[in-house]
Design a protein around this ligand. Structure first.
Ligand code: SIN
Length: 483
C-alpha cells in the first residue's frame, strides 16, 4: 500500500466548531515507519487553550441540560461514523503511529465500543432517596456533571484513549477540550470531524495541538476546568497532581505499568505462549498493560522458553502498512534507546539473549527493534523494574506460589498482572493476592469497554470503562428538604 500525504484542510485546532490555528506556526507529524513528514499541525499555547476552555464552558450551559437520551444519540452517531470509516481511520493511525494495520482496525472497533457503551450509560445516571432525619424532612441524592473536562491523551492508542474519556464525559453532560499527543494528532482530528458530522453542538468537543507543558499548565491553572483526565507516564501524572492543587481539580490518571505474567506448572503451555505473544508484542510492546516480565515455575521453565522462542521467531517486523507485519517501528528514537538500554543492562548483569537482542536505527526518525526474549534474569536488572515500552521480555524462574507473589507485587506499579493455571483453587488465591487493578487469569487481552480499567499504587487514580468509568465525570449533590 503506498504512503499517502494525509495533510488536509482539517489538520487544525477544532475550537467552538471552527477549524482554526493556521497562523500559529506548526510542527511536523512524522510517519515512524518511513521518517516522512505526513502533516503539519498548529503549535498552540495558553491563549488558544483558554479560548477552547471558554468555548467548552459556554457550551456546557446547554449540553449539561439536554435530556440524557439526546446526548446518547449524538454519542452513538459518532460511533456509527467511526464504523463506516474504519479503513480511513485505521490507515491514519498506522501512518502516524506505526502499529500494523490489522491492529489499527481493531483499535477503531475498540475505540467505538467505548462510545457505544457510554451512549447506553448516559441513560443510567441514577440518583437516590434517603430516609429523612425527621418526620418533616426528605433527602434526595442527585448526580450532576462535573463541568468542563480537559483530556490529555497518549500516542500509543490514538483513538481509544480519546473515546474512553470522550464517551463518559459527554454521557455525563460534561463538555471537553482534548490535547492529543504531539506524535499522533491526526487520528484525534479525524475524530473531531466525526463529531462535527454527527452534529454535536459547537463548543461541546474541542481539540488543540501544541506545546504540552504550556497547554497542560493552562488547563491546570484555569478554574473553569473542573476535571483533568490523563493517560501517560507516571512522571507526568505526578506533576499533574502537584499542579492540580491550586484549583483543587478532580483528576483521573491512567499511568505506567510493569505487568508480570506468571506461568504455573499446571498451565496450558500452548495457551500461555499465545497469551504472552499477544500481550507482549501487541503495539510493539508500547502498551501500558503489556507483559513486562515473565515468571515461569521451574518444572516448565525450559518447555515454555522453547515454545515461546519458536512462536517469537515467526513474528515479522516492518512497516505496519505492509501485509503480514506483526511488529511496527518504535514510536521514536528515545523509545528505541530506552529498550536498548534495558537489554544492554540485563546482558551486562548476566542475562542470556534467547532471541532478538538488537534493533536498527534507520535514521533519526525511524527505528525498529527485534522481538527479544531474555532468560536467567534477576531482580536487580532495570528491565525487571522499569517500564520497557518495547518488544522485549525477560524471563525469571520461580519455585513456590509465595515466592512469585512477592516478586510480582514488588513494584511501585499496580496496573495489570497475568497468570496461567488450570487449577481453580490456586488461581483464586493468586488472583486475590495480586496488587493490581487488572488481572488476566488465562487471558492476556483483558481490555473491554464494559470493564473498569485502571491501576493501583503509582499506576493511577480512577477507572475508565464499565459502570465505574462515568463516575469521575459526575458530582454528587444531596438535597435536604424541610416540609
Ligand atoms: C494503554 O496502554 O493504556 C491502553 C491499553 C488498553 O486499553 O488495552
Amino acid at each position: 500500500m503506498s504512503e499517502v500525504q494525509v495533510t488536509e484542510k482539517k489538520h487544525l485546532n477544532f475550537i467552538n466548531g471552527e477549524w482554526t490555528g493556521v497562523e500559529l506556526g506548526s510542527f511536523d507529524v512524522i510517519n515512524p515507519a518511513t521518517g516522512k513528514v505526513i502533516a503539519n499541525v498548529p503549535k498552540s499555547g495558553k491563549k488558544e487553550t483558554d479560548e477552547a476552555v471558554e468555548a467548552a464552558h459556554t457550551a456546557y450551559q446547554s449540553w449539561s441540560k439536554l435530556a440524557s437520551t439526546e446526548r446518547s444519540q449524538y454519542i452513538r452517531k459518532v460511533a456509527e461514523i467511526m464504523h463506516a470509516n474504519k479503513e480511513e481511520l485505521a490507515k491514519i493511525m498506522t501512518l502516524e503511529m506505526g502499529k500494523p494495520l490489522a491492529e489499527s482496525r481493531g483499535e477503531v472497533i475498540y475505540a467505538a465500543s467505548f462510545l457505544e457503551w457510554y451512549a447506553e450509560e448516559a441513560r443510567r445516571v441514577y440518583g437516590r432517596t434517603i430516609p429523612g432525619k425527621s418526620a418533616n424532612n426528605r433527602i434526595q441524592v442527585v448526580r450532576q456533571p462535573v463541568g468542563v473536562v480537559a483530556a490529555i491523551t497518549p500516542w500509543n492508542f490514538p483513538a481509544a484513549m480519546i473515546t474512553r474519556k470522550l464517551g463518559p464525559a459527554l454521557a455525563a453532560g460534561c463538555t471537553i477540550v482534548i490535547k492529543p499527543a504531539e506524535s499522533t494528532p491526526l487520528t484525534a482530528m479525524k475524530l473531531m470531524e466525526y463529531c462535527e458530522e454527527a452534529g454535536i453542538p459547537n463548543g461541546v468537543v474541542n481539540l488543540l495541538t501544541g506545546n504540552p507543558g504550556e497547554i497542560g499548565e493552562a488547563f491546570m491553572s484555569n478554574p473553569k476546568v473542573r476535571k483533568v483526565t490523563f493517560t501517560g507516564s507516571t512522571a507526568v501524572g505526578k506533576q499533574l497532581i502537584r499542579q492540580s492543587a491550586d484549583t483543587v481539580k478532580n483528576i483521573s490518571l491512567e499511568l505506567g505499568g510493569h505487568a508480570p505474567l506468571i506461568i504455573f506448572e499446571d498451565a496450558d503451555i500452548e495457551k500461555a505462549v499465545q497469551g504472552a505473544i499477544a500481550s507482549k508484542f501487541r503495539n510493539a510492546g508500547q502498551t501500558c498493560i503489556c507483559v513486562n516480565r515473565i515468571y515461569v515455575q521451574s518444572s516448565v521453565y525450559d518447555k515454555f522458553i522453547t515454545a515461546f522462542k519458536e512462536a517469537v521467531s515467526r513474528l515479522k517486523v516492518g512497516n505496519g502498512l505492509n501485509d503480514g507485519v506483526d511488529i511496527g517501528p518504535m514510536i521514536n528514537k528515545a523509545g528505541y534507546e530506552k529498550v536498548e538500554k534495558h537489554v544492554q543492562d540485563a546482558v551486562s548483569k548476566g542475562a542470556e539473549v534467547v532471541i532478538g537482542g538488537r534493533g536498527e536505527i534507520i535514521n533519526e526518525n525511524v527505528c525498529y527493534y527485534q522481538p527479544t526474549i531474555l532468560k536467567d534474569v534477576s531482580a536487580d536488572m532495570v528491565v525487571m523494574n522499569e517500564e520497557t515500552f518495547g518488544p522485549v521480555v525477560p524471563i525469571q524462574r520461580f519455585e513456590t506460589d509465595e515466592e512469585v507473589i512477592e516478586y510480582a507485587n514488588n513494584s511501585p506499579y499496580g496496573l495489570a498482572a497475568y497468570f496461567y493455571t488450570e487449577n481453580v483453587t490456586r488461581g483464586t488465591k493468586i488472583m486475590e493476592s495480586l496488587d493490581f487493578g487488572i488481572v488476566g487469569w488465562n487471558d492476556a487481552l483483558p481490555s473491554t469497554a464494559q470493564a473498569p480499567f485502571g491501576g493501583m499504587k503509582e499506576s493511577g487514580i480512577g477507572r475508565e470503562g464499565g459502570i465505574e468509568g462515568i463516575e469521575p465525570y459526575l458530582e454528587t449533590k444531596y438535597v435536604s428538604l424541610g416540609l
